[in-house]
Design a protein around this ligand. Structure first.
Ligand SMILES: C[S@@+](CC[C@H](N)C(=O)[O-])C[C@H]1O[C@@H](n2cnc3c(N)ncnc32)[C@H](O)[C@@H]1O
Length: 364
C-alpha cells in the first residue's frame, strides 16, 4: 500500500506549490489553471492527465475527485482598508469556487496561499464568515504571514498562509531559519547558494524555436533551464546606470544626470528600484517583471571595483526560477513574458515543502 497522500492544486500556475508538496510525499490528483502556458508548464513537469486547463468556474462538481489536501490561492482582488464584509461582492466568486472544491473533495486539510495584505481583503472576511457559519463551518482556520526565507528559501518573500482543518486546529509551521540564527535555527540561505556558478554571460537573447503539443494545441517549449538563461539588450544609458549600483544599492546610488525625471522628483520610498542583489543575503521578492531592473532589486550580485569583472545585467529567467526555488531540471512552456509571470507568481517550493512536511504530522 502506498503511503503517499492525495492533493488537489487549485489556481496551480506553473506548479510551484506542487513541487514542494510532491517532494514531501503528496501526489496531485487534479490541478486547475486557466492560463494555457502555465498549465502546459505544469503538465510538462507533472503530467497532462490530471491537469485541467480552463476556468475553475466551469469544472463540474462531478469531476472533482476526493483528496486529503487542497492547496492553492485564488487571486485576490477585493482589497479594502475599510474591511468590506459584503460576502456577496462579485469579486468573491473565485473564493466561492475554492470553497466549492473543499465541500466536494472533503479534504482533511486545505492550505490557502496569498499576498501579504490578504488579511485586509474582503475575500478574507468571506473566508472567516464561511468557516464560522457557512460552507466550511466544520473547518478551523489558522492564518498568518510567513517569510519564505525563514523556511530555507533564498528569498525574503512574505506570504499569507491559511491552514483550514477539520481534524482539529493545526498551527502554522515553525521557522527553521533566521537572519540571526539561535538554537536550532539555521542562517538564511543566500543568493550565492542558488545562482553561483551559473554562466554570468548568457550567449543568446532568444528562446529556442521549439513547440510541443499540450491540450491539443501547439505551445512554445518545453524549455530547459539553460534555454531560459538568455540575456537582454539594454541601452547604453541602462548599462551606465547598472554600472553605478553596488550590491545592496539602488537608484539612490545614481548620479544626477542618470536619474529619470520621476526618480528625481520622488526622493523617498521605492528603495529597491534599480537594486542590485547581494551574494550573501537572500534576494527580495521576485515578482513577475523581474527582468526589468527599474521594478525591483533584480541586478546580478557580481559587482567588483574592476569593471571588467562586473556582471552588468539583470538576472535571467533561469536565475529567477532558481531563486524562486524551482529545481534546475524544471521544464518551461510559453513566451518570455508568460514564463516570467509563471515564475514570479509561484510559491517557492521550499516554503510549500515546509508546510507539507508539517501537515504530514497531522494527517490520518
Ligand atoms: C498566484 S498564481 C498561482 C501560483 C501557484 N500556486 C504556484 O505556486 O506556482 C494564481 C493563478 O490563478 C490562475 N487563475 C486566475 N483565475 C482563474 C480561474 N478563473 N480559473 C483557473 N485559474 C485561474 C492564474 O492564471 C494564476 O496562474
Amino acid at each position: 500500500m502506498s503511503d503517499r497522500l492525495s492533493m488537489i492544486d487549485l489556481f496551480a500556475g506553473c506548479g510551484g506549490m506542487t513541487v514542494g508538496f510532491k517532494r514531501e510525499g503528496f501526489d496531485p490528483v487534479m490541478s486547475v489553471e486557466w492560463d494555457r502556458a502555465a498549465a502546459a508548464t505544469y503538465a510538462a513537469n507533472f503530467g497532462e492527465g490530471h491537469t485541467h486547463w480552463g476556468d475553475i468556474e466551469k469544472v463540474p462538481d462531478s469531476e472533482i475527485p476526493p483528496a486529503q489536501v487542497i492547496i492553492g490561492g485564488p487571486p485576490c482582488q477585493g482589497f479594502s482598508n475599510l474591511g468590506s464584509k459584503d460576502v456577496d461582492d462579485p469579486r468573491n466568486t473565485l473564493w466561492k469556487q475554492y470553497l466549492r472544491f473543499v465541500v466536494k473533495a472533503r479534504p482533511e486539510v486545505f492550505v490557502i496561499e496569498n499576498v501579504e495584505r490578504f488579511s485586509r481583503a474582503s475575500e478574507f472576511q468571506l473566508l472567516l464568515a464561511e468557516a464560522d457559519h457557512g460552507m466550511i463551518k466544520d473547518y478551523k482556520l489558522t492564518p498568518g504571514v510567513l517569510l519564505a526565507a525563514d523556511y530555507g528559501v533564498a528569498q525574503r518573500r512574505p506570504r499569507t498562509i491559511v491552514i483550514g482543518s477539520r481534524i482539529g486546529e493545526i498551527p502554522l509551521p515553525k521557522p527553521t531559519h533566521a537572519k540571526v540564527p539561535t538554537g536550532e535555527l539555521k542562517p538564511w540561505e543566500t543568493v550565492r547558494s542558488r545562482i553561483a556558478g551559473i554562466d554570468p554571460h548568457p550567449t543568446t537573447t532568444e528562446l529556442p524555436d521549439s513547440t510541443t503539443e499540450y491540450f491539443g494545441e501547439r505551445i512554445r517549449g518545453e524549455f530547459k533551464g539553460t534555454d531560459i538563461h538568455f540575456g537582454r539588450q539594454p541601452t547604453a544609458m541602462s548599462l551606465e546606470r547598472y554600472d553605478h549600483i553596488p550590491p545592496g544599492g539602488g537608484r539612490f546610488n545614481l548620479p544626477d544626470h542618470l536619474l529619470s525625471r520621476c526618480w528625481r522628483e520622488k526622493k523617498t520610498g521605492t528603495t529597491d528600484v534599480m537594486g542590485r542583489m547581494r551574494w550573501d543575503a537572500p534576494s527580495l521578492t521576485i515578482r513577475t517583471e523581474f527582468f526589468k531592473p527599474e521594478k525591483g532589486q533584480y541586478l546580478h550580485p557580481q559587482w567588483e571595483e574592476d569593471p571588467e569583472r562586473r556582471v552588468n545585467r539583470v538576472i535571467t529567467h533561469y536565475e529567477a526560477s532558481l531563486l524562486q526555488d524551482f529545481p534546475k531540471e524544471y521544464l518551461w512552456c510559453g513566451s518570455k513574458t508568460e514564463i516570467a509571470k509563471q515564475i514570479g507568481n509561484a510559491v517557492p517550493s521550499g516554503l510549500a515543502a515546509a508546510i507539507a512536511r508539517h501537515l504530514k504530522g497531522y494527517l490520518n
